[in-house]
Structure formats: structure tokens, C-alpha cells
Design a protein around this ligand. Sequence first.
Ligand code: UT7
Length: 331
Amino acid sequence: MQKTTAAITAVGGYLPEYRLTNKILETMVDTNDEWIRSRTGVEERRILKGEGLGSSDLAVPAVLELCKKRGISPDEIECLICATVTPDMVFPATANIICDKAGINKAFSFDINAACSGFLYALTTGASFIESGRYKKVVVVGVDKMSSIIDYSDRATCIIFGDGAGAVLLEENTEGNGVLDSILKSDGSGRQYLHMKAGGSAKPATVETVLAKEHYVYQEGQAVFKFAVKGMADVSYELMQRNNLTADDITWLVPHQANLRIIDATANRMGLSKEKVMINIQKFGNTTAGTLPLCLWEWEKQLKKGDNIILAAFGGGFTWGATWLKWAYNS
Ligand code: UT7
């Protein structure tokens, strides 16, 4: 018998209705549709509108969709891990709030903060819980309400990010499918290029920090771009090498949707043609921890049992990584 692996057995997703198009952004900051498309690939992004709504409100519909698809009650979930950098509150964990709102009453839950690589970190953690045999049903959520930390007068950041949530259910598999290998990396010295200056314990919120706009994303785009191109491509290639995977073996690349040029560079390094790469950045922008599960959600019907899939991401921290999994079901 094959050893026990953790396989994705259902996917859910949620995107808010409001579409912030490049045309609308042209009326807000000094930018233009042509620049945004050619430099990033983004055409529009979704924004969660409404007083008092947070990341948990994006995640709950995704989690409930997944339960419905798999035909399980929320009470059957034993653990929920939420990857996010835009928690509803600094504490408690957004995972706790999602469980409460979704009627998940018998699970323990916690958040993981690894920025754009958060879903890969959470997936790898959740998979270990299943592989150990301790838990049978683990939900992994990737969600961000980036609009809550974006300065819409800063053209360098407001054009990229959007809001969205994706979620997967992990269950044990003995057919050789599921999560097979992951390489995760981090380097905190990269924090200088991508961070939020205030609101943490080192610089708590004050009137001055608010006036200085220090509660928004600060990004040195070009520097991050250079690290991201190299980091995401290198780690994906390393994962292929150590598992003796050739480009022909890989059915899909699921890349973090930060910039179309970073995605293209990663696919090129792996020797993959465009048809094998999931790309929806034009519709949703960069939803941070949401990008990878949202791709799986959108492509779910095209995925076949046994497909070799590589997920790859790079983000704040710096954090980066790649995961190899074999898809476990036909929709
Ligand atoms: O997901 C988390 C990790 N984050 C990333 O992976 C993001 C990585 N970085 C990027 O994707 C890109 O660096 C950006 C999309 C953020 C910026 O693109 P870029 O090609 O690196 O632009 P740049 O910052 O080098 O700016 C080039 C020019 C500048 O003008 P000059 O100095 O050449 O005259 C900018 O002022 O483009 C100008 N510019 C803009 N023009 C129109 C910068 N932003 C805009 C804009 N519209 N929105």
C-alpha cells in the first residue's frame, strides 16, 4: 500500500462583486491602462465594499462552498488554517472568526502570516497534520482584503492588489496523489523592501503614524521584482530537479499572481509553455494569500486525477516556495 499523503478533495472560492478597473484607477491616480497592462498584466481587481466587513467575510463563502461540494457538515472539520496578512483584527486569529461565522464548532484554528507565500506555508502545515494521521479533515484558507491596507493615492501599489479568498479541504490519500513535496524559504532581511511601517509592537498606531500614512503597504517595487523573479523561478526549478520532474511531466504551473512578467520568467525557467500556466491576474490582480487557491478554484473542472501540479509563490518577508502535488479527483 502507498504511504498516506494529504490530498485536496474540494476547493471553494469567493470574489467580491465590485470591479476596480484600470479606467477607474486612471481617475484616481496618475496612471494609465496601457502602463498597468504592459508592466503588470492587471486589467481589473475586485474590492470588498461595506462597513465592518473583513477578510473573514471573504473566506466564509469559500469555506461553505467547499463543504457543500464535498457534502460535509462544517462540524466535520477538525482544523482550519488561515493564511492572511489582513486579519480582521490584530487578534484573535481570523481563522477563529471564520470558524465561528461558518458554524465550524469542533475545530481548532490559527493564522499563518507568510504574505504572498502564506497559502503554501499553510498547505504544507495542513498536509503534515493529515500525513501524521492525527487529523482527517483540515481546511486551508488563503485570503486577503488588500484594499484595507492600500493607499489609493500611491500609484506604485494601488494598481496591483485586489481582494479575494480561496479554500481547500485536505484529506488522506493512499493512491499516491496529494501533496508530494514542498520547498519553503524565508529571509527576513528582505523586509525593508515590502512591509507596513506602523501598527505592530515596534511602532504602535498613533495619530502621527496615521497622518504619515504608515498603515499602508510600503513596497520598493523594482527591488522586490528582482528578488521575486529569481526566487520563484529558482525554487520551482529546484523542486523539479530534486523530484526528477521534466517540463513534460508537469500538467499545470499555479504561480502567485503578482506580476505577469514574474509568472512568465518562472514558466520559462521551468521550460513550460503558456498553455500549462494558470493566469487570472488580469481579472483579480494580486490577492496575496488568495491567488493560488483561487487559481485551483477557477481551473478545478479542467483538472484530472493524477495531474502533476506545481504551485509557486514569492512575497513579503521575504518568503517564497514551491509545492508539488498530484491532483486527486475528477470533477
Ligand atoms: O506579491 C508580493 C510581491 N510583490 C511583487 O512581486 C511586486 C514586484 N514588483 C513589481 O511588480 C513591479 O516593480 C511594479 C509593478 C510594482 C512596478 O513596475 P516597474 O516596471 O518595476 O516600474 P518602476 O517602479 O521601475 O517604475 C518605472 C516608471 C517610473 O517612471 P520613470 O522614473 O521611469 O519616469 C515610475 O514612476 O514607471 C512609473 N510608474 C508608473 N507609471 C504609470 C510607476 N508606477 C506607475 C503607474 N502608472 N502606476
